[in-house]
Design a protein around this ligand. Structure first.
Ligand code: UDP
Length: 236
């Protein structure tokens, strides 16, 4: 697979064309942003953790019936993925109250829900990713009703599989964000990444935060948290 011109540079990743029009190469950076890009920094080694963890989880999810964009890991930071058109929805699943949920509803963090919740945000930086419900998404042609039903089913499946997987590693899956994409034939697949940047992970015993909240909230030991999640998943 030949790496060609850079197509895009985002906050945490670069995307390159390849000799195959249906595939691109993603390259994970150590750059970190939070609060709508207002807070910027770097987390040494983050790109490696996110690349490897995301690829590993996507392969587990494929085996559990969730199609993903994953094709092949090329190196610590680079992966071949299927080229998709990203559905402009951020899909958030929550098992425990935290972050914007706790703030919006005026509740403490750590309330364990009887059932997971799902919410969508419209992926639009200029508008600061406003909340969007399924009817809004259909009205604005962000996705069809059928796509939304498919995305919801996949998202809850991802939660079921990941929640059980991380609990075995002594980690509570608090909440996470997923993005989906359309292949050239319109098939919806899981895309983007699943990593400590996009999930909240709490130690099952101590509730210590093992994710990007350490960066967002200046809790210190940010690199250690990423390294600890790497160790739990890969034993290294
Ligand atoms: N999240 C993300 N990207 C975003 C917003 C949220 O990956 O642009 C993830 C975040 O890491 C957390 C979950 O989605 O695991 C829920 O985030 P929340 O809505 O609580 O927002 P936050 O408090 O992170 O602003």
């Amino acid at each position: 697979m030949e790496k060609r011109e850079q197509l895009y540079e985002g906050k945490a990743k670069k995307v390159f064309a390849t000799d195959d029009p249906e595939k691109v190469i993603v390259s994970y950076k150590d750059d970190a942003t939070a609060f709508d890009g207002l807070k910027k920094g770097t987390i040494a080694g983050k790109g490696v953790v996110n690349n490897r963890m995301s690829n590993f989880l996507m392969q587990i999810l494929e085996k559990n019936g969730v199609p993903t964009h994953f094709v092949e890991e090329l190196s610590d930071r680079e992966t071949v993925v299927k080229k998709v058109e990203i559905v402009k929805l951020e899909v958030i699943i929550r098992n425990i109250s935290a972050g914007s949920f706790a703030k919006r509803f005026g509740v403490e963090e750590g309330i364990v829900f009887d059932e997971p919740t799902i919410e969508f945000s419209y992926k639009n930086d200029d508008l600061h990713d406003p909340l969007m419900n399924a009817y809004h998404a259909i009205a604005l042609k962000v996705a069809t009703r059928e796509e939304i039903e498919q995305i919801k089913a996949y998202a809850f499946k991802v939660n079921e599989v990941m929640k059980a997987y991380f609990l075995k590693l002594g980690v509570k899956l608090v909440d996470f964000k997923l993005e989906f994409g359309r292949l050239s034939d319109g098939t919806v697949v899981l895309a983007d990444e699943i990593s400590p940047d996009t999930c909240r992970f709490w130690d099952a015993e101590t509730n210590e935060k093992l994710d990007k909240d350490r960066f967002r909230r200046d809790l210190g030991n940010v690199e250690d948290a990423y390294a600890e999640m790497m160790r739990r998943v890969f034993g290294e």
